[in-house]
Ligand binder design. Structure first.
Ligand SMILES: Cc1cc2nc3c(=O)[nH]c(=O)nc-3n(C[C@H](O)[C@H](O)[C@H](O)COP(=O)(O)OP(=O)(O)OC[C@H]3O[C@@H](n4cnc5c(N)ncnc54)[C@H](O)[C@@H]3O)c2cc1C
Length: 458
């Protein structure tokens, strides 16, 4: 039985990076991947969606060309085969680069197959058993399929199978009005599909503040997307070449008939077929591996990183997990998952950049706070670019003057949010940002001005 110092299962965002650190200090390492190198982010998450969103944005801008004084003769046509080919090329470059780098990494053996625990420190893959004192799980998550009557009997899509689409669906019905669903909704609307989004909650992206959800729903509706909230899908059936989705809105049943159905109702961890019971590794009721603040499982010598530990659901949280594990294990640096500040983006156009608490969460603390908002219409760079949808909002603690959170929904919101995030990590008072001189004309230059408008949160 091959013995290693460390086995890493999964080549998502944390496993490969940790493998490199481990071999650099002379450890003998094995890494196992059952499907495609790079996992969700590279193959059917961030990279392909943001590449497709870039094509969708080009389409949108081309249609708006006249707003900028540019005349395009003839109609705007989307060549979905070319759009997909561009996406495939970007994904292949990332995936192949990772695969090559792992397969040529001195001290690291790559196994391709499904790994499963057969003992506490023993893994089976492709019929061979591997053993190691240290095991790192980076197995990720996949689309969760809700138990909707009839769903099994229709050809539905998930974020993974959407990556194979090389045509414009005539009418795409999307179950789920949250982060994944909304990016696909706007993208396909811009490619030319009729799009209906069905969300069970009273509003889209229900974890965000009411004003953010409303603004997102407004600009999606402005683009012609049929957004239905408070709507529970109670059944799905095939009708000829179409798919009929039965929707319950406050007791009244209606039907949405589309040509394609995307299920984007959440994620579940890839831990159900990992043999965790053979190692005695504890999970929560939803299958997420339980870890402490250094990402150690209940079994000494076994760690869980990335989406499978339920502590984050993003590429950057998985990468941060790698940094935390490496720091504790190799650098005698006691980093902890508790030190990180919530941060993420929703890549609609305009995007939403988020840091720290929402306004609702700040209100929930009942601590005195200050708030400032600014409409993107009052940001000169946005005005100049003709992209004035959205607003920025920031919240600070009245006593400590530290920033509690921000939601930037608008041009470059995904980038500008880092001005706030870095101040939060520095635990700096908001007055530091207020006195900073920013570059003109940028969206970021309005942050000091906005901070100057802080008022008590009523
Ligand atoms: C449509 C979509 C868009 C997204 N966009 C963004 C975004 O813009 N920004 C962002 O930060 N996040 C985004 N995310 C989330 C992001 O993709 C994930 O949080 C990130 O990829 C997490 O990676 P991970 O390291 O946990 O594992 P993953 O990337 O999921 O990798 C896990 C790997 O483990 C392998 N594996 C699983 N089980 C086994 C086994 N038993 N044996 C061997 N191998 C196994 C899998 O094949 C996979 O390759 C998006 C997700 C989706 C679905």
């Amino acid at each position: 039985m091959p013995n290693y110092d460390a086995i890493l299962i999964g080549t998502g965002q944390s496993g490969p990076a940790l493998a490199r650190r481990l071999v650099a200090v002379g450890r003998k390492v094995a890494i196992v991947e059952r499907k495609r190198f790079g996992g969700t982010c590279v193959n059917n998450g961030c990279t392909p969606t943001k590449t497709l969103i870039a094509s969708a944005y080009a389409t949108y801008l081309a249609r708006r060309a006249a707003d900028y004084g540019v005349r395009i003769e003839g109609s705007i046509k989307v060549d979905m085969k070319a759009v997909k080919a561009r996406k495939d090329a970007v994904v292949a470059a990332f995936r192949d680069g990772l695969e090559r780098s792992l397969k040529t990494l001195q001290g690291c053996t790559v196994y391709e197959g499904h790994a499963r625990f057969v003992g506490e420190k023993k893994i089976a893959v492709n019929g061979s058993d591997l053993a190691a004192d240290h095991i790192f799980l980076n197995v990720g998550a996949r689309a969760a399929i809700p138990p909707i009557p009839g769903l099994d009997g229709v050809p539905y899509l998930t974020n993974s199978s959407m990556m194979e689409i090389d045509f414009v669906p005539s009418h795409l019905v999307i179950l789920g009005g949250s982060y994944v669903g909304l990016e696909f909704a706007q993208m396909y609307r811009r490619f030319g599909s009729e799009v209906t989004v069905i969300e069970i909650s009273p509003r889209l992206i229900p974890r965000e503040d009411q004003d953010v959800s409303q603004a997102v729903a407004d600009f999606l509706r402005d683009e012609g997307i049929d957004v239905r909230v408070d709507s529970k899908v109670v059944g799905v059936e095939k009708q000829g070449n179409s798919i009929a989705v039965k929707v319950d809105l406050g007791g009244a049943i209606s039907q949405v008939v589309g040509t394609h159905l995307l299920v984007a109702t959440g994620r579940r961890p890839n831990t159900d077929d990992l043999g965790l019971d053979k190692a005695g590794i504890a999970t929560d009721t939803r299958g997420y591996i339980q870890v402490d603040e250094q990402l150690r499982t209940n079994i000494p010598g076994i760690w869980a990183m990335g989406d499978c530990n339920g502590r984050g659901a993003f590429t950057h949280t998985s990468w941060n997990d790698f940094e935390i594990v490496a720091a504790n294990l190799l650098d005698d640096d006691r980093r902890s998952v508790r030190d990180r500040i919530t941060a993420y983006a929703l890549y609609t156009d305009p995007p939403l950049g988020r840091a720290g608490m929402t306004e609702a969460e700040v209100r929930g603390t009942n601590k005195p706070a200050l708030i400032a908002t600014r409409a993107m219409e009052n940001v000169s760079r946005a005005y100049e670019k003709g992209e004035t949808k959205g607003f920025m909002k920031i919240l600070v603690d009245r006593e400590s003057k530290q920033i509690l959170g921000a939601s930037f929904l608008g041009l470059a919101g995904d980038e500008v949010i880092h001005c706030i995030l870095d101040l939060m990590y520095a635990k700096a008072p908001y007055t530091v940002a207020q006195r900073a001189m920013h570059v003109h004309p940028t969206v970021s230059e309005l942050i000091p001005t906005m901070i100057g408008d802080l008022k008590p949160l009523q």
